[in-house]
Design a protein around this ligand. Sequence first.
Ligand SMILES: [Fe+2]
Ligand SMILES: [Fe+2]
Length: 161
Amino acid sequence: MSTDAIVLLKNDHKEMRKLFKEFQNTADDAKAKQGKLVGQILELLAVHTYIENEAMYPRTRELLPDLEDDILESYEEHHVADVLCAELATMTPDDERFVAKTTVLIENVEHHMEEEEDEWFPQVRQGLGRKQLQEIGAEMIALKKKAPRGPTPSSAAKASR
Ligand SMILES: [Fe+2]
Ligand SMILES: [Fe+2]
């Protein structure tokens, strides 16, 4: 299995899009299924955001200072998603705003993943060597083990700084 940081993150994105699509294809009245899918989305997002915030973004910022503005924007986008995730975690699928909030979360994350894949990853790939990307990837694999499995009380607040 590749430990290339960009390959790992793209795999997460792929899994995320699969869950998003499944949610969008779920019938309006299939509340239990909606709840289960949102639980899976919140878990995957919590882990993915954690490894980007703790490894991918700070390492890249150190090594490629020119990309700092993109990284700062990414932190803000993560923060918006964190706020929505924290709110969703307190709701049940029969809440009248549950689907609307999930839809806004999906739109935000889709946009963010597209920017990462289309604009940011190619610049990172160009700027960093294979070895550096593999080292960051290995660090992220290790971090996954201790990543939170869903929104934490501090996750939304912390990222606002
Ligand atoms: Fe991200
Ligand atoms: Fe990402």
